[in-house]
Design a protein around this ligand. Structure first.
Ligand SMILES: C[S@@+](CC[C@H](N)C(=O)[O-])C[C@H]1O[C@@H](n2cnc3c(N)ncnc32)[C@H](O)[C@@H]1O
Length: 250
């Protein structure tokens, strides 16, 4: 699946570096920069870094920054993008990556909505976390995104059902560059919460992304709803069910 991104790396590089990708430069770059300022992580792992621009832009005060990206096309661009930075880059899927130490902060930007096996992905991320680590991931908002992009027609779309499709899309400021043949999976929000819970995570914050009017005006149309959402999750401190069971024996 990740090889489906190979041919779009240079388009994405151009969109990000030229500032055409408003959502990257005006919405999410400030979001992740604020996150790093707030959490002051000593170590960062970015899963599915694409062209590497996000890691490079947020890593300057972080001692250990690792980015992984399995698409060879994306990886080739990312190699150039991270060259002068402290980011260590690996051409791997998260399921294949092994690291002897945990990370304070793990981010995954616009990746979970396209992974085939959400359980395996989140289980793999759990391996890199200790108690205080945070896993922060952004996805298209499952409640609203199909109204906006119309990937699924009304006969196939049922909000509560997981549904996968190969899609094509473009971005507002670069409408003629079509990114096509890439996977997309709609899952209801509750599925993300329950898979996180299954692997011992609890959600410490959940943000719906709705930029202020000044940023919205750059898109040429007002946003009618939050297009994206961001989960902030930590591993459970203890198993409350077990604690209860232990207490009841006294
Ligand atoms: C929509 S792109 C987002 C890239 C980048 N994060 C960005 O926002 O520009 C999704 C990326 O996730 C990567 N990916 C897909 N499955 C993955 C996995 N199992 N582990 C790590 N990365 C994965 C793809 O290769 C692709 O580059």
């Amino acid at each position: 699946m990740p090889n489906r991104w190979d041919g779009f790396a240079s388009i994405r590089q151009n969109q990000i570096e030229s500032g055409k990708d408003l959502t990257f430069s005006k919405v999410f770059l400030p979001y992740y920069n604020d996150l790093v300022k707030e959490l002051c992580p000593e170590s960062l792992l970015e899963v599915g870094c694409g062209t590497g621009h996000l890691s490079v832009n947020i890593c300057s005060n972080i001692s250990t920054a690792v980015a992984i990206e399995p698409s060879e096309g994306m990886y080739a661009v990312a190699e150039q993008v991270v060259k002068e930075s402290c980011v260590q880059l690996f051409c791997l899927r998260v399921e294949e990556y092994r690291c002897p130490h945990p990370f304070d902060l793990i981010i995954s930007h616009m990746v979970l909505q396209l992974v085939d096996n959400l359980d395996l992905f989140i289980e793999s991320v759990a391996n890199f976390m200790e108690k205080e680590s945070q896993f922060v991931f952004a996805i298209p908002h499952p409640c609203f995104y199909n109204n906006y992009k119309l990937f699924f027609d009304s006969s196939e779309y049922k909000y509560m059902c997981e549904i996968k499709k190969t899609i094509s899309f473009s971005i507002t400021n670069d409408p003629n560059k079509i990114i096509s043949g890439v996977p997309y999976c709609h899952r209801p929000l509750s599925q993300y919460f329950s898979v996180l819970k299954k692997f011992g995570f609890y959600v410490v914050d959940f943000k719906e992304i709705f930029p202020d009017q000044e940023i919205q005006s750059l898109y040429g149309v007002d946003w009618k709803f939050p297009r994206y959402c961001v989960f902030h999750a930590q591993r459970k401190k203890g198993n409350p069910v077990l604690k209860k069971a232990n207490n009841s024996s006294f």
